[in-house]
Design a protein around this ligand. Structure first.
Ligand code: F6R
Length: 612
């Protein structure tokens, strides 16, 4: 949450900063601001999106070859101009941008007020810059040392960049709990919350570690120290991120582009792992832990939001195929409820961004209890990818739309490969069944492609229901997580209230909501509990609810019962989530567009939830 970008080098900083902010806007868009350093620290900031900041700055002096910029997701203090970043220190000789939360800001603030500091904003960030100024002035230390001493007094999470009028050729950056990447170009440096603002200029990057401070000076080598004052050697990595993957590529929204990318992203997530001809699945990232997985007495999956839904599919897969008991935990609950974890447990953390604060904390908790922690992550170099003992990357490519789409299907594919691999090794499925499943897996990208062709039909349904106030989504077995995911997609981007429910649970409460105004999306694919789901559809019909059914091709029985239906290709029961999710993603997309909602940047949300 919150996007940070900074630049120092021979070029004009402003265009690089603005472009960087646009790339990072998915991290928060409550307010935005820029600080340019040429003689003075010049700050421009306003409420709203980066485009509003550009209008606000239009015509002003934006010269300078060093600067920093911020796009905010508000935590402390409402989204307005005063609370927008950057923030000055009291004498205006320093400025800061910050991503994270300073938990002890109240105490620090009171102490600083007692020492005569005056606060202009309600943010926790302003506390930090006043503290740095206070240390610098009173202890007569250099900027980097003042930052280091201040950070030792801070409890909480931060990624910060500090500029000083007295050090016009220097950027100080530091992180703990919030991500930070440094790009190293020829005679220039870039700092950002992720690599997207950097990739255009250089692919040499350093992913900073927690409690590290970077001292970045014009025409000098990068220096990294810990907040305990120990110098470390920067580990320079090559970025594998293409610029085109960060553009909309002719689509109206990133979300739509990402929905349509799924045949490719599913294929990429299987590539090099599924070898149909040899009849093997190889998962290099977790090879060392294969035996441990085979012997596992229990697996705990931890994640948030859509990744949690993928985890739920994972539970069914691992129990069904590999016969290992699985618990799926919301990271935010798991981390605070003293869970029973032992060294024999395997914890799988799932995260698209790899930066979700609660999931990161759950990982640390599991590690502290001796568990083996494996990650399923989309972003290489992210905090979660680095915090886990080993893991598998989903090769979904950058997901920029705030609503997760292609990351979900990629996570499910990776979980499927994992479950199948363990099942085969454990002998819980036969070899012939294994081969049969591998061949079916190979057809999934094509089946997703065929499902995407139903776009116009989905759009027509969206038109009918775009103005309703509530939706119910029902599914059973593997389709229950699909129902949850369908409901989440709808509420987050269209602001229509939606509930996902196990179809049979409906009669224990939600059935009271059903009347002629209630659209009920039912995932009613053949196999599994198909017959039971038909009974659930009848129950909805009896109360005049409107049925939108996701069915397999040619299912005349459900067609007769439904008000609307979308046909999808048939597949193995446990692979259905990969296909059935697609029309639900499209449905929420079209409804949101028709309601004139900001699909890629829904209100109050951010892509990377780095605060708890
Ligand atoms: C929903 C969505 C969120 C994320 C959740 C976890 O569309 O995007 O619910 O799934 O914030 O994020 P990651 O997967 O990055 O840990």
């Amino acid at each position: 949450m919150c996007g940070i970008v900074a630049y120092i080098g021979p070029r004009e900083a402003y265009p690089i900063l603005i472009k960087g902010l646009h790339r990072l806007e998915y991290r928060g868009y409550d307010s935005a601001g820029v600080c340019l350093l040429h003689d003075e620290l010049q700050i421009y900031k306003c409420k709203g999106k980066v485009s509003e900041l550009e209008l606000f700055i239009d015509g002003q002096d934006t010269s300078g070859t060093i600067g920093m910029a911020h796009t905010r997701w508000a935590t402390h203090g409402e989204p307005n101009q005063v609370n927008a970043h950057p923030h000055y220190s009291m004498n205006k000789s320093l400025a800061i941008i910050h991503n994270g939360i300073i938990e002890n800001y109240g105490t620090l603030r009171s102490e600083l007020i007692n020492r005569g500091y005056v606060f202009t904003s309600e943010t926790d960030t302003e506390v930090l810059i006043h503290l740095i100024e206070d240390i610098k002035e009173n202890e007569k230390v250099e900027l980097e040392e003042a930052v280091r001493i201040a950070l030792n007094q801070v409890i909480g999470a931060y990624a910060i960049v500090v500029l000083s009028k007295e050090n016009p050729d220097m950027i100080i950056a530091a992180r703990k709990g919030s991500p930070m990447v440094i790009g190293i170009g020829k005679d220039e440096f870039f700092v950002a919350s992720d690599a997207t603002p950097i990739v255009e200029y250089t692919n040499n990057v350093v992913f900073m570690n927690d409690e590290e401070i970077a001292i970045i000076e014009r025409n000098k080598e990068l220096i990294i120290k810990t907040i305990r004052n120990k110098t470390t050697t920067p580990y320079i990595q090559k970025l594998e991120l293409s610029l085109t993957s960060l553009e909309k590529g002719g689509f109206d929204h990133f979300m739509l582009k990402e929905i349509y990318e799924q045949p490719r992203s599913i294929r990429d997530s299987m590539r090099g792992r599924l070898h149909l001809e040899q009849g093997i699945i190889s998962l290099g990232g977790i090879r060392e832990y294969e035996q441990k997985l085979i012997n596992a007495r229990r697996i705990i999956i931890t994640a948030c939001g859509t990744s949690w839904h993928a985890g739920l599919v994972g539970e069914y897969l691992l129990e069904d195929l590999a016969r290992i008991p699985v618990e799926v935990e919301y990271s935010s609950e798991f981390r605070y409820r003293n869970p029973i974890i032992s060294e024999e447990d395997i914890v799988i953390a799932i995260s698209q961004s790899g930066e979700t604060a609660d999931t990161l904390a759950a990982i640390e908790l599991a590690k502290s209890k001796g568990a083996t922690v494996l990650g399923i992550c989309n972003v290489v170099g992210s905090s979660i990818a680095r915090a886990t003992h080993a893991g598998i990357f989903t090769h979904a490519g950058p997901e920029i739309g705030v609503a997760s789409t292609k990351a979900f299907t990629a996570q499910v594919i990776v979980l499927t490969l994992m479950a199948l691999k363990i099942a085969m090794k454990k002998g819980t499925i036969t070899q012939s069944r294994f081969f049969q499943i591998l061949s079916e897996l190979e057809t999934i990208p094509e089946k997703v492609e065929l499902t995407l062709k139903k776009n116009d039909e989905v759009k027509a349904i969206a038109k009918i229901y775009k103005d309703v106030r509530n939706f119910i989504y029902l599914g059973r077995g593997y389709n229950f997580p699909v129902a949850l995911e369908g409901a989440l997609k709808l509420k987050e981007i269209s602001y229509i209230h939606a509930e996902g429910y196990p179809a049979a649970e409906m009669k224990h409460g939600p059935i009271a909501l059903i009347d002629a105004q209630m659209p009920v999306v039912v995932i009613a694919t053949r196999r599994g509990t198909y017959e039971k789901v038909i009974s659930n559809i009848q129950e909805v019909r009896a109360r005049k609810g409107k049925i939108i059914a996701i069915i397999n091709e040619g299912d005349e029985a459900v067609k007769k019962l439904a008000d609307h239906f979308i046909e999808i290709p048939e597949t193995e029961e446990f692979l259905v989530p990969l296909i059935a999710t697609i029309p639900l993603q499209l449905l929420s997309y079209h409804i949101a567009v028709m309601r004139r909602c900001n699909v890629d940047q829904p209100r109050n949300l951010a892509k990377s939830v780095t605060v708890e």
